[in-house]
Design a protein around this ligand. Structure first.
Ligand SMILES: *Cc1c(COP(=O)(O)O)cnc(C)c1O
Length: 425
């Protein structure tokens, strides 16, 4: 009975979905339901074409591609930044596509972290992505400060989410800078960036966000909120391919400072090839580039950004919220009694693009799901992340995924899998 109603509901929701046809732009395996777009987004025809265009221009133009390619490679980072800016709510010159996610965090800390007197600590949280924590620790080390004493981590009371009021309580006079995720990668909690930024600024603290799990899924207004800096990866909801170049945002208030990690691509464009040993850095976020951009790892982003601009980030967010709401509804109606806990917050304004399920048998359940053609995302030790990406996931996909999951639980299919964690989830 309930199966039937949920199936019919999925059909209705799909028929009302004005973005449904976007999934035809993506390469998807027949019979497979891909719910791992928050780790690695799928390839679109548009991204493939954008990459093939660059390859072909390299073939025919050689070195001349730097200025003569259809989007000249010399300006590709700036061009992509212009197209990214609306997704995070910033001016074009406050954004640059460069480096990798982690390198961008290093660059921003190296540029903006200026410990002075007793205001010399960085505030983060115990749920942050490990790479970010390692980067913060090593940046502290470079200033002869120790993570044990100078990296303060806000605690999570339940192990999955953070309480914004506790974050504000931790904003003491010793804190110089705050780095936190926009969306927590495990639980999918969306933090209130506007509120945290206002509270940090009241106390004279700089604040920046890792937007890896929100860009392309959630709209941002970083400039309006006055956020100091942000960084993100382009291979999750932005579908630009494994290890594609990252992005960063620098509020215009911070323009004009020397980059902490400089290189010749930090230069003003018309100055770079004077080959002078005296640097003249770009005015805006472009100064945080370092060396020659990875053109082949940036090209797919051009196609992705076109597609997202066409679909519209507000419409994508609306569909994403409907998908995750429907998925949670299915989990609650079909999977009660099987030991799952939903770890993400329920309110729309507090969740990102994925649903997070906790289960003691998470690893074996994920293996069984893969075998049944559902690609989930496992996070050690007990987290199953399911990301129905608005561009290429339907409501029927959600229905079908939960149906297969229910069968795995009901028939205890997961018990035939090994408990060992793989090298890559
Ligand atoms: C995916 C992700 C990263 C990845 O960083 P890379 O430098 O691209 O490997 C960093 N932080 C968060 C929060 C992420 O989700």
């Amino acid at each position: 009975m309930s199966q039937e109603t949920t199936y019919e509901k999925a059909l209705v929701l799909d028929s009302q979905d004005e973005l449904a046809h976007y999934k035809d732009n993506f390469y998807r395996n027949t019979n497979q339901i891909y719910l791992d777009g928050n780790s690695l987004g799928l390839l679109s025809v548009q991204s493939e074409q954008a990459l093939l265009t660059v390859l072909n221009e390299w073939k025919t133009l050689g070195i001349d591609g730097w200025l003569e390619a259809s989007t000249p490679w010399f300006f590709l980072a700036e061009e992509l930044a212009k197209q990214t800016a609306p997704l995070i709510g910033a001016r074009a010159d406050e954004v640059i596509v460069a480096n990798s996610t982690t390198v961008n965090l290093h660059q921003l800390i190296a540029t903006l972290f200026k410990p002075s007197g007793t205001r010399n600590k960085i505030l983060s949280d115990e749920l942050s992505f490990p790479s970010d924590v390692y980067a913060l620790e090593s940046q502290l080390n470079l200033k002869s400060l120790h993570a044990d004493t100078h990296l303060v981590k806000v605690k999570s009371l339940n192990g999955f989410t953070l309480d914004e009021h506790l974050i504000v309580e931790a904003m003491t006079e010793e804190i110089s800078m705050i780095v936190m995720p926009s969306v927590i990668y495990t639980s999918g909690q969306l933090l209130d960036m506007e509120y945290l930024t206002a509270e940090a600024h009241k106390r004279g603290i700089l604040i920046g966000f890792d937007c890896s799990h929100s860009i392309g899924a959630v709209p941002h207004k970083l400039s309006d909120w006055n956020v100091d800096f942000a960084f993100w990866c382009n291979y999750k909801y932005l579908n630009s391919g494994p290890g594609s170049t990252g992005g960063l945002y620098l509020n215009q208030r911070h323009f004009g400072q020397s980059p902490g990690l400089a290189g010749w691509f930090s230069s003003k464009k018309d100055y770079q090839f004077t080959m002078s040993h005296t640097a003249q850095y770009a005015e805006g976020a472009g100064s945080l580039q370092i060396g020659t951009p990875n053109i082949l790892s940036m090209a797919p982003l051009k196609g992705s950004l076109q597609l997202i601009a066409e679909a519209g980030i507000d419409r994508l967010r609306l569909k994403s919220l409907r998908l995750t709401a429907y998925l949670m509804e299915l989990v609650e109606s079909e999977l009660t009694g099987y030991g799952f806990t939903i770890a993400n917050p329920r309110e729309n304004h507090r969740r990102g693009g994925h649903v997070s399920l906790i289960h003691d048998e998470a690893i074996r359940i994920c293996k069984a799901l893969r075998q049944q053609g559902v690609i989930p995302d496992y996070r050690y030790p007990n987290i199953i992340r399911l990301a129905p990406v608005a561009l290429y996931t339907s409501f029927i996909d959600c229905y079908e995924a939960v149906k297969r999951l229910k069968q795995i639980m009901n028939d205890r299919i997961y018990e035939s899998h090994e408990k060992e964690r793989g090298l890559v989830p």
